[in-house]
Write a protein that binds this ligand. Structure first.
Ligand code: PLP
Length: 393
């Protein structure tokens, strides 16, 4: 009798994709998926097109082209305050997702426990589960998504092997402070744990919040795998270019597992992002953050007026809003109500928690101004009152 693997049956399809399909069915505005509808920077487009035309279309070295590794090393020095050897401590990957998967393959064993903050990014948790590791959750609490140091310390057992960090975070928008990271680093050192840190939103920062790479804290470089990528900053989610930066003892094996699944990251697109790193000035990233802050403000104030209280994000481009005023027994029912009545898709909060999230919805504001304004117009027309809940207009 043919059947799927045991693992396959335990991994569910992402709610984000499900909501996107539902949204398409009704012609809604999709604030569910972080697609990044904004323009690809000109140097990035130009260099990728030139690379295709000049026949840079073959496999590259398994850890990426030299020019890109050098450009990443420069960026790590200037922005992340980390000095890394581009020859042996950087692996260019198929998106940051490819980096996370390969790092987990290289460093974790079946049965290992891995600390994950919740609300979490589902791919982190499902990748761990797919590798037969056990995520152990430390819960962060709105509106600032603070976690209890006691709960964190209690979560560590003799089977713990790693901590997953994501700052700025999806879906909470939390930016971990230096004090919080120092606390995590202290426990990682005391218990000899790896830290796998997903920094894909490192440039999406608001209200003076600062991005700190955990690997830059004293003593942390050797145990930290820093993961990032270009999907978000350059609006190229479909290109699949990311990277892992870590001590050479781990980089080799991460590169090996990446090779096994992908062989290499797409060659012409490696050239495209190299030009982005070389040619785009710091102002590009600052202007991008300012543009996203405007988008955040528009969406969050609309949600506030509607009575769906948002936890204003400090970074990234998602917001979790309190959907308790909406009818429905769980967050899926609330999301479907919002889609049917307002024509706006959001992700049910339960997709980001091991148990909670029933009253939360996640909205993404990485949208063109026209789409975001249309979504906000539609949301503003929805009328929610405590007793009589109805849509008008
Ligand atoms: N990490 C986080 C936290 C994300 O939110 C996302 C996309 O939404 C990714 C990684 C995916 O990044 P990439 O396109 O580089 O694989």
């Amino acid at each position: 009798m043919l059947s799927l693997s045991n693992k396959a049956s335990s991994i569910a399809q992402s709610e984000i994709r499900i909501m996107s399909v539902e949204c398409d069915k009704v012609g809604g505005v999709n604030l569910a998926q972080g697609i990044c509808d904004t323009e690809v920077p000109e140097p990035v487009q130009r260099a990728a097109i030139q690379a295709i035309q000049s026949r840079q279309n073959s496999y590259t070295r398994l850890d990426g082209i030299a020019a890109l590794r050098r450009a990443i090393a420069r960026k790590m020095h200037e922005y992340n305050h980390l000095d890394v050897d581009p020859e042996r401590e950087i692996v260019v990957t198929a998106g940051s997702t490819g980096a996370f998967y390969s790092a987990c393959m290289a460093l974790l064993n079946a049965g290992d426990e891995v600390i994950v903050f919740e609300p979490y990014y589902g791919y982190h948790v499902n990748t761990l589960k797919a590798l037969d590791c056990t995520p152990v959750y430390v819960t962060m609490h709105p509106p600032k998504w603070i976690f209890s140091q006691e709960q964190f310390a209690r979560a560590i057992t003799p089977r713990t092997r790693a901590i997953v960090l994501n700052s700025p975070a999806n879906p909470s928008g939390k930016v971990f402070s230096r004090e919080e990271l120092e606390f995590v680093a202290e426990l990682a050192e005391r218990h000899d744990l790896f830290v796998i840190t997903d920094e894909i939103y490192e440039y999406f920062l608001y209200d003076g919040h600062e991005h700190i790479s955990p690997a830059s804290l004293p003593g942390m470089a050797e145990r930290t795998i820093t993961i990032s990528g270009f999907s978000k900053a350059y609006s190229i989610t479909g290109w699949r270019i990311g990277y892992a930066v870590c001590d050479r003892r781990w980089a080799h094996s991460i590169g090996y597992f990446h090779d096994l699944a992908y062989i290499c990251a797409p060659s012409p697109f490696q050239h495209g992002v190299t030009a982005g790193l070389e040619e785009l000035k710091p102002e590009f990233y600052c202007e991008m953050a300012a543009e996203y802050r405007r988008k955040r403000d528009l969406l969050c104030s609309t949600l506030e007026q509607l009575g769906l209280k948002p936890s204003w994000p400090q970074g990234s481009y998602y917001v979790l809003a309190d959907a308790s005023p909406l009818p429905g027994d769980d967050s899926k029912a609330k999301a479907m109500y919002l889609l049917s009545q307002a024509g706006v898709a959001a992700v049910p909060g339960e997709a980001f928690f091991s148990g909670g999230g029933r009253n939360l919805l996640r909205f993404c504001y990485a949208k063109t101004d026209a789409d975001l304004e249309e979504a906000c117009r539609r949301l503003s027309r929805l009328s929610i009152t405590p007793n009589v809940r109805q849509a008008v207009g």
